[in-house]
Ligand binder design. Structure first.
Ligand code: ZN
Ligand code: ZN
Length: 167
């Protein structure tokens, strides 16, 4: 995911936009991830601000999740912003800025930045919706799409006796 920055480097204030279409495979994101089979769009711009080339943009992709409540698969549109400052590695280090990335020659490769932004955006817990009812703890039926009568059956046997007497 290389951007040629020859033009941007020529003068302070020079701006340039970029756009890529990629995939988890191309980004070397291995194993199970919400983006495993997604088309990943990356777009943004960079600007030469004198000291560094500042890169910023947004990654958008349809992520595939399994709801941790009802276990159904669902997809959600993700918009993940990213940014970083790139310094040419042949230059003297300005200072020990932790959030400074480096590039060589006339190309900035944003693959690492995009990969890390995606991995950081991966939620630990995903729920298909705020109103997800989950699974019945007794029979395991998905309560979003079906109903069961477990609640009725699971009355305390002593209460059941009482109910009979009351009839
Ligand atoms: Zn759910
Ligand atoms: Zn049930």
């Amino acid at each position: 995911m290389k951007i040629n920055v020859l033009q941007a480097k020529k003068a302070i204030g020079n701006e340039q936009t970029f756009e890529f279409v990629t995939s988890a495979e191309e980004l070397a994101i291995e194993g199970e991830s919400p983006w495993k089979s997604s088309v990943i769009h990356v777009e943004g711009k960079l600007i030469n601000n004198g000291r560094v080339i500042a890169v910023e943009g947004v990654i958008s992709a349809n992520a595939q999740y399994q709801c941790s409540c009802c276990l159904e698969d669902f997809s959600a549109k993700m918009e993940i912003p990213f940014s970083d400052n790139y310094q040419q590695s042949s230059d003297e280090a300005i200072d020990d800025e932790a959030d400074l990335a480096y590039y060589t020659g006339d190309e900035i490769d944003i693959a690492d930045l995009v990969r890390e932004s995606l991995i950081l955006a991966e939620p630990l817990k995903s729920v298909c919706g705020e109103t997800c009812l989950g699974l019945c703890p007794h029979c395991g039926i998905n309560l979003n799409t079906a109903q069961c009568d477990c609640q009725g059956k699971l009355i305390d046997p002593r209460l059941a006796v009482l109910q009979k007497l009351l009839k």
